[in-house]
Design a protein around this ligand. Structure first.
Ligand code: AMP
Length: 191
């Protein structure tokens, strides 16, 4: 299996690049943000409890997200690999993911981080908010809160993977195709 984590702050282009990567490499796309938005749209108990966290720019509790990922794996037995987008977002999630993958006799193959300046991120998110229908993209104070959460809770995840030698950083600004080529070069060099 080839298991890729696409890492980076909100607005760094993980979703856009995930769509292209899934089409090229046949990986199963696991976006915890998309799964949570689906739970909200379906008005499930999980969705109803997650909504207030998402709307205020906070992280949904680890146990909720890890449980959701575990059942996603159960629904995709036989996958040739996963593309993790927006997960793991805390060190506890990264450790839980390592354990879940070990049980499946596999592991994270590579982590590619997209580097984008905060000024560019805010611009992209506000622009996305005009069409995405995502309330967490329209309020600049919620966007700033998401960055603060990223710095405090998510950026330590990079160190978790750096220690295992699986972490690569690339420039996340430029054309969609040039960034995609940068990610593909990393995958091809590490698979
Ligand atoms: P995203 O679509 O990845 O930007 O996620 C949107 C929101 O969903 C985040 O701001 C969090 O509130 C929540 N969320 C998504 N993924 C996770 C995760 N792995 N852990 C905790 N909360 C998450």
């Amino acid at each position: 299996m080839f298991n890729l984590v696409l890492f980076g702050p909100p607005g760094s282009g993980k979703g856009t690049q995930s769509d292209k990567l899934v089409a090229s490499y046949g990986l199963i796309h696991l976006s915890t943000g998309n799964l949570l938005r689906k739970e909200i749209a379906d008005q499930t108990p999980l969705g109803l409890s997650a909504k207030s966290y998402i709307d205020s720019g906070k992280l949904v509790p680890d146990q909720v997200v890890i449980g959701m990922v575990d059942s996603f794996f159960d629904q995709h037995i036989g996958a040739k690999g996963f593309l993790f987008d927006g997960f793991p977002r805390t060190v506890a999630q990264a450790q839980a993911l390592d354990e879940l993958l070990t049980k499946k006799n596999t592991a994270i193959s590579l982590v590619v981080a997209l580097e984008v300046s905060e000024e560019e991120l805010v611009k992209r998110l506000l622009q996305r908010g005009q069409t995405s229908g995502r309330s967490d993209d329209t309020d600049e104070s919620v966007i700033r809160k998401r960055f603060a959460v990223y710095t405090q809770e998510t950026s330590p995840v990079a160190e978790h993977y750096r220690l295992s030698g699986k972490f690569r950083s690339i420039a996340g600004e430029g054309s969609i195709d040039s960034i995609f080529a940068g990610i593909c070069a990393q995958i091809d060099a590490n698979s």
